[in-house]
Design a protein around this ligand. Structure first.
Ligand code: SF4
Ligand code: SF4
Length: 434
């Protein structure tokens, strides 16, 4: 299944101590520990970065693109996530940060926050048209989109089929620079590991307009020095408080101005709300903003600042912009004609928890799984390298392991064998038995 699917989140096996901490924290049970090392089940991984946050040995990491990639293009444009503004004291202006970013080797910058404003307006319009699908779910967080595809495919119809602010920014830049001779490289400056995956395996579109995703943490040191050295700030900040607020939880929800919206952050809460939506337990809600990271993108695994501090900085910047009457931009950032804001490809179910595509076989396997689970101690200790006894039972019916991975089952087996050996030892062939 999806053998060529690229994952940003990976394991550095040389650092892994096999401690099993990550298997418990993975929201999709995508990690196992075997032979003293963790490994990730690719089709289950949603690149949420939870294991990066929880691994005490720093063995999980997100692969992103290096700044050196810029040399392959004649003209380069940085498209920074609104979260970048949360990484520097609020007294440092957005213009100063953007000017410093340019000095790292970019020819221009375009704020993703500006594209977020355009998409806020589009989402408002989309919600205004009676879709008749129940609560509509934001598709701006790629982890949520992947989670719906793999675990909640019945909710695929409720995802708003709109491209992300990152993708729209890249399309705007490409349109603006379309007559420029030579190659144009567009680079997202990202707090998000899943965006790296999203650019390589886009959902809803066939090809991303982004050429590379550079982690904020990878350029932070250099950027901080550059921020301190800016002499003349360029006037590069076009986004208002509305777009900047997308960095934190409830930013998108409020920007869409839906009275009946809820904002959910943190992967466990996201899963809980998706379960409730699937079961029809959430009513009278038009719009659900969902962010996999705690606090929203400010909590992304490639960000540097503490998410609570970053959120506070973002809110302070929003207030400042509001004082300058920028809460609602008098005019939305310019959207060049001909840019499609919607997905062009339908999303399909990629359910990974199905035991088999044949219903009868799946039911039989489910029964076997229940029997095996009943025979396991139910301690969910993780010593087998699976996150729970149920997960081990599933691995066994899938033919990936055997029940003696369970230490209790292994002891039982050793006891049985010992009894058998003692019985055999005292047994004499009839001809010798006097
Ligand atoms: S948390 Fe997972 S990846 Fe990190 S050392 Fe423990 S087993 Fe290895
Ligand atoms: S909340 Fe933001 S940073 Fe975190 S996974 Fe979603 S889009 Fe990426």
């Amino acid at each position: 299944m999806e053998d060529d699917y690229f994952h940003s989140v990976t394991l550095d096996a040389s650092l892994c101590k096999g401690c099993t901490v990550c298997i418990k924290g993975c929201p999709t049970e995508a990690i196992r520990v075997q032979k003293g090392r963790a490994w990730i089940i690719p089709e289950r991984c949603i690149d949420c970065g939870e294991c990066i946050r929880t691994c005490p040995s720093g063995a999980k990491k997100a692969i992103s693109d290096p700044l050196s990639l810029l040399v392959h293009f004649d003209y380069t444009v940085a498209i920074p996530a609104p979260t970048l503004y949360g990484q520097f004291r609020s007294t440092i202006s957005c213009n100063r940060i953007l000017t410093a970013l340019k000095t790292l080797g970019f020819d221009d910058v375009y704020e993703v926050a500006a594209a977020a404003e355009i998409l806020s307006q589009e989402t408002r319009d989309y919600l205004g048209r009676d879709q008749g699908k129940g609560a509509l779910i934001s598709s701006s967080c790629p982890v949520v989109v992947r989670l719906v595809e793999t675990r909640f495919p019945s909710l695929l119809d409720q995802l708003i089929p709109m491209i992300s602010p990152m993708e729209l920014s890249a399309r705007i830049v490409r349109e603006r620079e379309k007559d420029r001779p030579g190659s144009v490289g567009v680079f997202f400056i990202s707090p998000c590991a899943a965006k790296v995956t999203d650019v390589k395996n886009p959902r809803g579109i066939s090809l991303s307009s982004v050429d590379g995703v550079i982690g904020i943490k990878d350029i932070y040191k250099e950027l901080s020095l550059a921020v301190a050295q800016v002499e003349v700030e360029e006037n590069l900040n076009i986004a208002s408080a509305l777009g900047i607020s997308w960095a934190r939880t409830d930013g998108e929800g409020s920007a869409v101005y839906s009275e009946n919206h809820i904002s959910v952050d943190g992967i466990d809460h996201v899963i809980d709300v998706l379960e409730n939506l699937e079961n029809g337990h959430i009513r009278d809600v038009d719009f659900v903003e969902m962010m996999s990271c705690p606090g929203g993108c400010v909590g992304g695994p490639l960000a540097v600042e503490n998410p609570y501090v970053a959120r506070n900085i973002v809110c302070t910047r929003e207030r400042r912009h509001q004082e300058g009457n920028c809460t609602v931009p008098a005019e939305l950032p310019h959207l060049p004609e001909g840019i499609d804001l919607f997905w062009t490809e339908a999303l399909e179910s990629r359910a990974t928890h199905l035991l088999d595509h044949d219903y009868k076989t799946a039911m039989k396997m489910m029964e076997e799984m229940e029997v095996i689970r009943g025979s396991l101690p139910g301690l969910d200790c993780g010593a087998c390298g699976a996150p729970s006894c149920l997960a081990l039972a599933e691995d066994i019916v899938r033919g990936k392991t055997t029940e003696i991975d369970c230490v209790f089952k292994l002891r039982e087996k050793i006891r049985d064998l010992t009894r058998e050996m003692i019985a055999l030892d005292s047994h004499m062939p009839p001809g010798l038995d006097r």
